[in-house]
Design a protein around this ligand. Structure first.
Ligand code: GLU
Length: 424
């Protein structure tokens, strides 16, 4: 499909190696004790399960499920569960390590974890997805726990899956523990503001970065790749700050409109069109690679990993990239973007709004007392701006990119925690 984001050769590299490449670079600049670096190079725990599920046609299909706990140095591990066909041990390990870094940067009392099931949720019925989610939860009941390992939504999952997960977990343990997962529906203890939080964080980080580098957001243009939970809210919130969104896309189509895309119209369209942008008439159809290289101030890759590569980085015209997705930029493309003077607000900072409000959800669950959406948003914005300033400071102090500055921000905290805990 012409409009589908093409996987390039670089995507076949190990994602975990890409994490280690950045970690090593930051460790060297920061002067991290090699033994601390060695600890962080290895995930704490990795679990793989086989999940036999009765499909609607009566056949049994066996699915692969994963959960990796990368670190618990700063607190219980935290991170989402992804349903996608490319889920594998390397990807889950990389995403878990990114959560360690992300939670440290966001100043949360959490370590990092991630899970996933290799499946295509778009091709499965609601009943099949429910059986699969419940089977996965039973298989991971020893791993999950409100003070142990706390899942959340990620690609291909949302509040519906989290509702099944918390219900199944509570059945297994025999007690009501809503804080065992976050991203729940509000009626089951979810937090106001959680659904839009990752997109909100992208908006706040974009404004903060524009201020630093002297882009006036009122006259700025943006392209947003991805129109799922992250991209759709990011587009809506950026547009609410008068940033003109000239290109949007999802896995079915990409569109460009020099005059600005009507985001509310796009939101209404996908709501009525099975969550797909294909057929939207608010812009000219382009390819997803055209979106990456189109002439804008701000580019927000908010779909999948590995879309900015050594092959297309040289053609990027944006002055600022704010990474809504996890791992959208291949490690090999970092240097090209740096040489071009493009400022990249890295994933581990830019999409931390989601896990930040997950933390607020967990706190509210523990208290049994719930906040208004305005309270949640206000606390989120303070937290994201603080995280941004810390990363900016470290990137300036160590004369490096914001990405490496972000890893250094995390390493400073992790180094202290690992030393205080000691006992190796
Ligand atoms: N899956 C999201 C992420 O990658 C959210 C994780 C969470 O809220 O625990 O940041």
């Amino acid at each position: 499909m012409a409009t589908t984001t093409k996987k390039t050769e670089a995507t076949h590299h190990s994602m975990f190696d890409a994490v280690l490449a950045r970690l090593d670079k930051a460790a060297e600049l920061f002067g991290l004790d090699p033994s601390v670096a060695e600890i962080l190079r290895h995930p704490k725990k990795e679990v793989k399960v086989s999940l036999p599920i009765v499909m609607d046609n009566g056949s049994i299909q066996v699915f692969e499920g994963y959960r990796t706990v990368h670190s618990t140095h700063l607190g219980p591990s935290k991170g989402g569960i992804r349903y996608a066909m490319d889920v594998n041990d390397d990807e889950v390990r990389a995403l878990a390590a990114w959560m360690t870094v992300k939670c440290a940067i966001a100043n949360l009392p959490y370590g990092g974890g991630k899970g996933g099931i290799k499946c295509d949720p778009r091709k499965m019925s609601v009943g099949e997805l429910e059986r699969l989610t419940r089977a996965y939860t039973r298989a991971m009941a020893d791993i999950f726990g409100v003070n142990k390992d706390i899942p959340a939504p990620d690609m291909g999952t949302g509040k519906r899956e989290m509702a099944w997960l918390v219900d199944e977990f509570n059945k297994v343990t025999g007690e009501d523990q809503p804080g065992v997962t976050t991203g729940k529906p509000i009626t089951l203890g979810g937090s106001r503001g959680r659904e839009a939080a990752t997109g909100r964080g992208v908006m706040v980080a974009s404004l903060a970065a524009m201020k630093k580098i002297g882009i006036n957001h009122k006259t700025a243009t943006a392209a947003v790749q991805g129109f799922g939970n992250v991209g759709s809210h990011a587009s809506r919130l950026l547009a609410s700050k008068n940033i003109k969104i000239v290109a949007i896309s999802d896995h079915t189509a990409a569109f460009h409109n020099e005059k600005g895309i009507d985001i509310d119209a796009a939101l209404r369209y996908v709501a009525q069109n099975g969550n797909m942008l294909k057929g939207f008439t608010g812009g000219d159809e382009i390819s997803n690679n055209d979106l990456i290289t189109c002439n804008v101030d701000l580019l927000v890759p908010a779909a999948i990993q590995g879309v900015i590569t050594a092959a297309n980085a040289k053609d990027i015209k944006a002055k600022l990239i704010v990474e809504g997705a996890n791992g959208p930029t291949e490690a090999e493309a970092d240097a090209i973007l740096n040489d071009k003077g493009i400022v990249v607000v890295p994933d581990v900072l830019a999409n931390g709004g989601g896990v930040t409000v997950s933390y607020f959800e967990w706190v509210q669950n523990k208290y049994g007392h719930y906040w208004t959406e305005d309270e949640v948003n206000a606390k989120h914005d303070i937290s994201m701006n603080q995280a941004f300033e810390n990363v900016w400071f470290n990137s300036q102090q160590y004369k490096t990119s914001m990405r490496i500055g972000a890893y250094i921000t995390a390493l400073k905290k992790l180094d202290k925690a690992i030393r205080y805990k000691g006992n190796y």
